[in-house]
Design a protein around this ligand. Sequence first.
Ligand code: SF4
Length: 367
Amino acid sequence: MGSLAPVPAIHAILEKALAGARLSPADALALITSQDWTSIVAAGHQRRLAMHDPGAVSYTAYRVINYTNFCDVDCSFCSFKDEIESDRGYTLDLDQIAAKTEEALALGVDHIFLQGGVNPKLPLSYYVDALRMLSGKYGVHVRGFSPIELLRLARKENLPLPELLAILKEAGLASVPGAGAEILTDRMRQILSPKKLSGADWCHVMGECHKLGLPGSSNIVFGSVETPEDVIEHLGLIRDQQDRTGGFLAFIPWVFQPQTKKFTVRHVVGWEYLRLIAVSRLFLDNIPNIEVSVLGMGKDLGELALYAGANDINSIVIEENVLRSSGLKTLGAAKKFIREAGFIPRRRTLGYEFGKYAEAETESALP
Ligand code: SF4
């Protein structure tokens, strides 16, 4: 990883960003290929301090319910899915989804994240019934469905995408994840997931969600054979989409986890992750929140990322079948982590609302 731009040029780019000017893709490429990572990280943190309460870091808690693992998309990095006709796969029925929701509520967690494989056998009524139950009977915020799940369901039901989204929203869908983006360049789609939707289609689906009042997050998953150019093109696609439709509340960098033999991951050096957090903060000037994945990156790097541009930890996840790692398992652990890193914890909703949880309630909700 060479330093393509001399240090004075890097400093000029950082000054430009700190003055509030928009960075070009060439600026961002110079940053992402520079080994002067301490300057970049310092600027990322400075920008974050100017945009958010300097003394606070936010967090949330949600339960992931992987409602089915049948999938016919065949991403090269995925060990979660089972073939459609396999006798090993599963689809949860409403009672099973209800039981998992009740477990979450008993722990003080009132946000549910529905994520599946792409199961062509499930009818629209399955999704509508689940959403009605979750939002009506249980009153939880439901985030759900990656763009490929939404696009394939619309095609299967022969519905225009906006019509499908309106039906799901009416049934209780409140927001959408940035799942399935990985890296959006055509070159990387061919390597990672040639049967998934293209980067342009991913952006289109997210834009339609935003227009219908379904906000969400965006992310990048790196640490395979992507180039710096792939990373910056990906960030540019996200920023351009945000300019068009708003709706991305946050951006979250993740690294690939080793899951399958046919997909090789590389070791992402700690400072490389921190540099990407900072470049995301500086380049994505229209996305307010940068989240650090303590679940994926571990606590030590997570603490440092809070001094590199991140203002939120992405956070307590109860049951995550796609990614197995040691994250923060309770609300108490999340608050302790943030305090030990030097900040005041602020619990938020998935929609980045802060009024819902009184601190006293947060203190007593989980051990
Ligand atoms: S990552 Fe998602 S879409 Fe890709 S194979 Fe796995 S479950 Fe299917």
